[in-house]
Design a protein around this ligand. Structure first.
Ligand code: SUG
Length: 420
């Protein structure tokens, strides 16, 4: 039975605000703020628990080992003698944003009938460029069944690939063949375009997708310049619904026409700039919602608190669900710690359409397992981290010990032993 499984990144114990992500306005704005890693992880776990209670299948990925001394070693440094900026890059908890872990093409879309995953190389940002090794290791364990999955290593640099955050799949239902849309950037005003066309095209080829059912669309320069460093900040798709901002794409009319031709049942819900500006959409992370199909068959948006706090955005959303439109429910979650680094509900999860019975069960959530993770977070995650603390050996030790304990709790000790 193919179902959508949302794998959320568990927020790591080193979560901090070092302002490392140029073009991500929240990251820049909150540089130097004191973070609350324990609260951050608990907020993420509460979202997972709520989704489980809603009848959705929930999985997770583990936080990566931080400080990443293997990466510093490749640069000829140790965590003790690294300069503070590079040390901060080695301490980032950014792997929590699982939407950037990989791009996923479910079995009904691929030539060999298996689900293909390509790990993202994340080469544009130094603090994210060293995530791929452990991401690959986790995916190879979680999706080890060769009958159902193929896990590809990242596409080579310099072609930047940021994974599912720049990929959308539209289909009549999750288990039917889909139309896969790869969104790349060419220009972004003062900011880098993090997803390159060459990388998107390579992933589509590696996954064995039918070119007739694959679309490469350019993200608008205006959107990137306004702070939409990934497509999932200005659009989200699920089954036959595309929910998007008017100014998300360079050739919007062409894209909509292609989609309508390839999937006649598509429902495009577009917010015009005259009702919600790109600025308000990006500030509120309205589009960084999880758009999910509930067991009842109805579509729901899982939104961050910030969307409710913006009067224009909230008015628009209330109108959306009170009408006859395809989206019927709104659920709000407090994810302020992740949001302050530019990561909303959709950034925190990687969607994989698969039969849960074919996935390594150690990566699947149950209420009992979430209880155990929560207890561990309460006991071992730092309460606060200021940017200066990233140079404190006691924090390095605490972060390493917390992650080791989590690996042990989940029976994933091999991740603790492996070097990346
Ligand atoms: O890559 N923030 C992440 C946020 C990623 C959000 N993901 C999606 N849109 N899918 C990023 O910019 C901030 C880290 C810092 O500033 O220290 C950061 O990496």
């Amino acid at each position: 039975m193919l179902t959508e499984i949302n794998f959320d990144g568990i927020v790591g114990p080193s979560h901090n605000y070092a302002g490392l992500s140029l073009g991500n306005l929240a990251s820049t704005r909150n540089f130097g703020k004191v973070s609350a890693p324990r609260a951050a992880a608990l907020q993420g776990l509460a979202k997972m628990r709520a989704n489980l209670d809603r009848g959705l299948v929930q999985g997770f990925f583990l936080p990566q080992r931080r400080p990443d001394t293997d990466w510093l070693g490749q640069l000829g440094m140790t965590v003790e003698n690294a300069d503070p900026r590079l040390r901060a890059n080695a301490m980032s908890a950014s792997s929590m944003w699982a939407a950037n872990a990989a791009t996923v093409s479910p079995a009904p879309d691929t030539a060999d009938g298996r689900c293909h995953l390509t790990v993202a190389n994340l080469v544009t940002m130094p603090h994210r460029s060293h995530e791929w090794r452990e991401a690959l290791a986790q995916l190879r364990i979680a999706f080890a069944d060769p009958e159902h999955f193929v896990v590809h290593a990242p596409v080579p640099p310099p072609f930047g690939d940021e994974g599912a955050a720049n990929h959308m799949r539209l289909c009549a239902s999750h288990d039917a063949p889909g139309i896969e849309v790869f969104v790349y950037g060419e220009a972004g005003g003062p900011y880098p375009a993090r997803q390159h066309r060459e990388a998107s095209a390579a992933v589509a080829r590696l996954h064995g997708l039918d070119p007739e059912r694959t679309i490469l669309a350019q993200q608008s320069e205006e959107a990137i310049a306004a702070g939409a460093f990934h497509n999932d900040v200005v659009a989200v798709a699920n089954e036959r619904i595309l929910f998007t901002h008017e100014h998300a794409y360079t050739r919007r009319d062409w894209l909509y026409a292609e989609l309508r031709e390839k999937l006649p049942e598509i429902e495009i819900v577009e917010i015009p700039a005259s009702e919600v500006s790109l600025f308000d959409a990006i500030q509120s992370y309205l589009f960084n919602a999880q758009l999910v199909t509930l067991p009842s068959g109805e579509a729901a948006l899982i939104l961050p608190t910030e969307a409710q706090e913006s009067p224009t955005v909230w008015r628009w959303l209330e109108k959306l669900v009170s009408g006859n439109g395809p989206i019927r429910h709104l659920f709000i979650h407090d994810l302020r710690e992740s949001m302050a680094n530019g990561g909303g509900p959709a950034c925190l999860r990687l969607r994989v359409v698969a039969d849960p019975a074919t996935v390594d069960p150690r990566f699947l959530a149950t209420t009992d397992k979430l209880d155990r993770i929560e207890a561990l977070v309460n006991r071992m995650w730092p309460d606060r981290i200021a940017v200066e603390d990233l140079s404190d050996p006691a924090i390095w030790k605490q972060c390493l010990a917390a992650r080791s304990a989590l690996c042990a709790t989940l029976g994933l000790e091999e991740l603790d032993r492996e070097r990346f």
